[in-house]
Ligand binder design. Sequence first.
Ligand code: 3PG
Length: 328
Amino acid sequence: RSRMAACTSQHALISVKPPRASASFGSDRRAGNVRFVSATSCCPGSRKLGLVCASNSQSSVIEPAKLPSSPESGSTPKKSSEAALILIRHGESLWNEKNLFTGCVDVPLTPKGVNEAIEAGKRICNIPVDVIYTSSLIRAQMTAMLAMMQHRRKKVPIIVHKESERAHQWSQVYSEETKKQSIPVITAWQLNERMYGELQGLNKQETADLFGKDQVHEWRRSYDIPPPNGESLEMCAERAVSYFKEQIIPQLVSGKHVMIAAHGNSLRSIIMHLDKLTSQEVISLELSTGIPMLYIFKEGKFIRRGSPAGPSEAGVYAYTKVRVFSIF
Ligand SMILES: O=C(O)[C@H](O)COP(=O)(O)O
């Protein structure tokens, strides 16, 4: 708490309120998964500038979040001036576990990743979700599905197949009632992890030993320097943020609550856009696996609400100083 207060006064980015439900916070409570690392200490394990303090931080900045409501039934939400946007980086994959560059290689979750996805689902179980977007990669899809299994509405997430006319036709649902109990899951390659080029499959530590720590850090975190024959974050942002603007924002504008399950770098590029981070600031943005982040879309603006807390703290959310950004 005092650490956080110090952090707040130092960087003036987080507003602190005493945790109301601190007694019920579990030991794994994580305040958020957006972490800035660069200079002085903000939270244990991070080195500066907590937009939201690093995961594993005991204390959190919380405030009851006012969440948009969702109609209790019906697949078409009423037009609302507020909509929830949940972003989740997939849980740990088999190659995260082995510390291998993964990029667009389609690797499944580990048992730990499965658990992370389930825990993520518990954190968002009370937040309405009308439509889910995932990348075309299995680790993001597994995460989305496992998370939705925890949702209190118990709607069935159904992947929308549009890869061919036949796939589309053959996956039709002919009951309006059943449709109401379903959530469409739209998969899009544009949300895939950045393509890591010739680093895919290489061990991150061994690559750093071979090419030097600084070179590998530049490939992994710089904005516009691509790894050999791969995508820079800027290139990844071109497709991911364009898709977000063209396909996802219209859903939010129409009042639909959206969840996106994607990847470290495709989500970094979207967060960079939402939070108007500079190409310097995004270097220090790290996302943990399996921790959801909540934004409220209201009147054309995104309000960052941090990371929803676990189920024992229903109604209490990690909260960062509200930064409002207009998309228009
Ligand atoms: O593709 C990968 O290897 C990871 O998902 C993200 O890796 P990074 O943290 O090295 O960008």
